[in-house]
Design a protein around this ligand. Structure first.
Ligand SMILES: Nc1ncnc2c1ncn2[C@@H]1O[C@H](COP(=O)(O)OP(=O)(O)OP(=O)(O)O)[C@@H](O)[C@H]1O
Length: 305
């Protein structure tokens, strides 16, 4: 279990994490989402005890990570897959970490196999692709066979096969009762992997919800089909709805729900052939959740708001 309690982190005058609280529960894959600069990495560094909070605290299994005696056995973490000694082999890198953390040698071969690097175990890490470095970083996190895993952007650099592999791995680790937290700034990549999602923006909590509920909370529009689209569109607009006529003659209506549209149609004695609320995609839900808290926004996006 990871608990973040009223965490606040400042850099100079800038607030990176702002009174943030959430709990990451065992048995689930939890996605940690937010636009660039939202504060995900800063929060994860605080969980690892690499940063001292200005206020609040972060606990792993009820304790500050720095106070845990055999930390790699409690929580495995991947923060920056690039931060490894390029001259070493993958095997030497893991063996060195295993030795210094009193983890048995046998675990090194098991982990290399688990992350799919057995064939290149003797090769220098300097020649590894980003995807291979990510696999190695995940191997480091798994080395102590920890009950808690925390991975910062582990999907970066993985090819589609690698993403599928990581998805299956994380799901099976969660199914064993472990706590799994992974960050990403990409909704679609996380959508298939995570059961639960914590969304932050500008250091603040925006949502803490089951993945399947996220899009359900955002109705995109209502699709309406009628033999008399122009008259219905006129009436709905007169009532304040936003109506767009689609190419096939259907109406896309925003601002009114299906029942309200039905009442307007009845008033005008207009027949309805179809009346279907359409949910937002997860990507749309994420964009709408975070639209007010995106730190870096192009002028094009600003203009479209
Ligand atoms: N060492 C630092 N010094 C000054 N500002 C920092 C430092 N680390 C982070 N920040 C700032 O804190 C905010 C949060 O950054 P953080 O890296 O935690 O965001 P993130 O959600 O991980 O973003 P990304 O998806 O881009 O990695 C940003 O505005 C960032 O510029």
């Amino acid at each position: 279990m990871i608990e973040v309690q009223e965490l606040t982190m400042r850099y100079g005058g800038k607030i990176a994490v702002d009174d943030l609280s959430f709990t990451v529960k065992p048995g689930l894959v939890t996605g940690f989402l937010g636009p660039n600069g939202a504060g995900k990495s800063t929060t994860m560094r605080a969980v690892l005890g690499l940063e001292v909070p200005n206020a609040g605290k972060a606990l792993v299994n009820g304790r500050p990570y720095a106070s845990i005696l055999k930390p790699m056995r409690s929580m495995g973490a991947l923060l920056d897959a690039g931060a490894v000694h390029g001259g070493r082999s993958a095997h030497a890198h893991l063996a060195c970490l295993a030795r210094s953390n009193r983890i048995g040698r046998a675990r090194v071969a098991d982990v290399l196999d688990q992350v799919g690097l057995s064939d290149v175990a003797g090769k220098r890490i300097g020649g590894f692709s980003l995807g291979m470095r990510q696999r190695l970083g995940i191997g480091v996190a798994l080395l102590g066979d920890p009950g808690v895993l925390m991975l910062d952007e582990p999907l970066n650099g993985l090819d589609p096969e690698g993403i599928r592999w990581l998805r299956d791995l994380l799901r099976s680790l969660a199914a064993e009762g472990r706590t799994v937290l992974l960050s990403s700034h990409l909704m679609n990549e996380l959508a298939l992997t995570a059961d639960h999602v914590i969304v932050i923006g500008r250091g603040r909590l925006i949502a803490d919800t089951a993945m399947e509920e996220l899009a359900g909370n955002f109705q995109r529009d209502v699709l309406v089909r009628t033999p008399d689209p122009e008259r219905l569109a006129g009436m709905l607009r007169a009532h304040g709805a936003t109506v767009v006529c689609e190419d096939d003659g259907a109406l896309s209506v925003r601002g009114f729900d299906a029942a309200e549209i039905g009442v307007v149609a009845l008033d005008g004695r207009i027949a309805l052939a179809e009346l279907a609320p359409r949910a937002a995609s997860l990507e749309e839900a994420f964009m709408r959740l975070t639209e007010d808290s995106t730190e870096y926004r192009s002028s094009l996006q600003e203009a479209g708001r």
